[in-house]
Design a protein around this ligand. Structure first.
Ligand code: FE
Ligand code: CA
Length: 527
């Protein structure tokens, strides 16, 4: 399955290939004429820094290449204008056969805080043009950053109209917070049915990504600006935690193998750096981590952290019926609930997060934006002193949550803003130092986003749940869409954007609610 030459060093070299002195391995050049469009999954960019960005595409269907070749040679261009008359960089990369002919070109030496256009070429075929940008230099004074956060795009639940409107939001960045694909074979009352059944093998996951990525609205949003991406459970399986499988679908004998196949397909389809493959592609099947958590600096304005709350997570405890996976739990009946040995991020990532918050640069930054998978704030579903909490979210990892908020307090992290997903509902509120003490300090604020399409329960019990959990200032459990966060040195403004109906291709968009946060005050105010 994996080409023997796919060593990490080689992948890193290929990803960094520039215009000078490149010698591609023999047999990588495609014939000059390509029969059909090889760029049918579009283009994307991501993981930007102040001087570099990853350009992504996948050559599909594979253009003719000699059977023994490592892949197909792809040329790329980065320009200052969309007509490509003022070229900034050019280079060549290899669409690696063992990586589904995906391309991850890491373009270096770009100017900070600048927009670029890019495209790929193979033979005489030219890809769509993408637009991307670099971040401002870490020490630069920056007036604004506009980003959208999004999650949970179950393809059969609806059309991706949200992305059609997001592409018009004039964004600098998208933070994608998990559930890019879903592993299910179908859904009841669905608007469309994905080819294939349950995703279990590498080919299954590749096909699922290809199905999603043919969506024109999703392609347009990827082409509009760079993305920072993390994953949640459905990129592998519902409710999996670390190397413990979840509950849904066929049981596989070797869950680690399923997870590594899913991780490989994620890498193949996301604009992430090749360095996430800590031990190359072969390392994934040998159980190596795929290190997707990251931090980037957006000038002095913001530090952008992306967390991985799935790969290293301890298994859920006290799931009802003795099953794997998740359920609501009364913590009073669950001795393991507050076990401090249990972790959401894993020991190493927790240490990394704490060390990052302790660094001078992060502490002197205006805003600390953290993109992660789930709802941070406690959400008790039962009125009165008894509690009913969901064991897969942060509520099920309360000791780990307290370690995180304690670290933020100890390091005097300014303006902590957590962005989340997972729950398919909009939840907005203050992050508390101790959810058992309503009067305890607010450590930061959170905007947990609704889904792009994935279904949710509805607003039936919402007023009761809000009253039971007063640290939230707003919730909506019906509307689908995304959030836009506009950050300036003195103020952060969040706009919840929702589509009229995910089951209609011609859905319209509207604003559900707007909020502001003033620098130095961990308080969300509705505008
Ligand atoms: Fe989801
Ligand atoms: Ca209660």
């Amino acid at each position: 399955m994996n080409h023997p030459t796919l060593q990490r060093r080689q992948l890193l070299q290929w990803a960094a290939l520039g215009s000078a002195g490149l010698i591609l391995p023999r047999g990588t050049w495609a014939q000059s004429t390509v029969s059909s469009t090889p760029f049918s999954l579009g283009v994307a960019s991501g993981s930007p820094t102040h001087d570099s960005v990853v350009l992504w595409t996948r050559v599909m269907p594979p253009v003719p290449a000699s059977p023994n070749s490592v892949g197909v040679g792809v040329r790329w261009e980065v320009a200052h204008d969309d007509k490509f008359t003022r070229i900034a960089r050019t280079g060549q990369s290899i669409a690696v056969a063992g990586l589904a002919y995906s391309v991850h070109a890491e373009v270096q030496g770009l100017e900070p805080d600048r927009w670029y256009f890019y495209r790929f070429m193979v033979g005489d075929a030219v890809s769509a043009v993408g637009r991307t940008r670099t971040f401002p230099a870490p020490d630069a004074a920056v007036a604004s950053l506009r980003l959208a956060y999004a999650s949970c795009q179950r393809w059969e639940h609806g059309y991706f109209s949200a992305y059609r409107y997001m592409a018009q939001e004039n964004l600098d960045l998208v933070m994608f917070l998990g559930d890019y694909i879903y592993e299910y074979p179908r859904a009841s009352n669905s608007v469309r049915t994905p080819p294939g059944g349950w995703t279990l093998t590498l080919d299954d996951y590749r096909q699922r990504y290809a199905t999603y990525k043919q969506d024109a609205d999703l392609q347009a949003m990827h082409a509009a600006c760079p993305w920072l991406v993390t994953w949640d459970d459905h990129e592998v399986q519902n409710d999996y935690a670390g190397l413990t499988m979840g509950e849904n679908g066929p049981e596989v004998a070797d869950f680690a193998a399923r997870r590594s196949a899913a991780y490989q397909a994620f890498y193949e389809h996301m604009p992430v750096r090749t360095s996430v493959l800590t031990r190359a592609v072969a390392g994934l099947s040998a159980g190596a981590e795929m290190r997707i958590y990251s931090r980037a600096q957006y000038g002095q304005l913001a530090s952008l952290t992306m967390l991985d709350a799935r790969q290293y997570k301890s298994p859920q405890v006290c799931t009802q019926g003795g099953k794997r996976g998740s359920s609501t739990v009364n913590p009073a009946n669950c001795p393991a609930w507050n076990d401090s040995a249990r972790s959401m991020l894993g020991t190493e990532q927790e240490r990394w997060l704490d060390a990052g918050w302790a660094s001078t640069q992060t502490r002197s930054t205006g805003w600390n934006i953290v993109g992660q998978q789930s709802l941070m704030g406690q959400r008790d579903w039962r009125a009165g002193p008894e509690q009913s909490l969901w064991n897969d979210g942060w509520d099920g990892y309360s000791a780990a949550r307290t370690r995180m908020t304690d670290s933020a307090r100890k390091n005097a992290i300014s303006n902590l803003v957590m962005l989340g997903g997972d729950v398919h509902e909009n939840w907005v509120g203050q992050i508390k130092a101790d959810y058992a003490q309503p009067s305890s300090a607010a450590v930061g604020v959170e905007f947990c986003g609704t889904s792009i399409t994935s279904r949710s329960g509805g607003n039936g019990k919402l007023a009761e749940t809000m009253a039971e959990n007063p640290h939230f200032v707003f919730a909506d459990a019906e509307r689908k869409g995304y959030g836009v966060v506009e950050i300036s040195p003195k103020q952060l403004k969040t706009t919840l954007r929702v589509v009229s109906d995910v089951t209609r291709k011609d859905a319209s968009i509207e604003t559900l609610a707007e909020f502001s946060v003033s620098s130095g005050r961990a308080v969300v105010e509705r505008i």
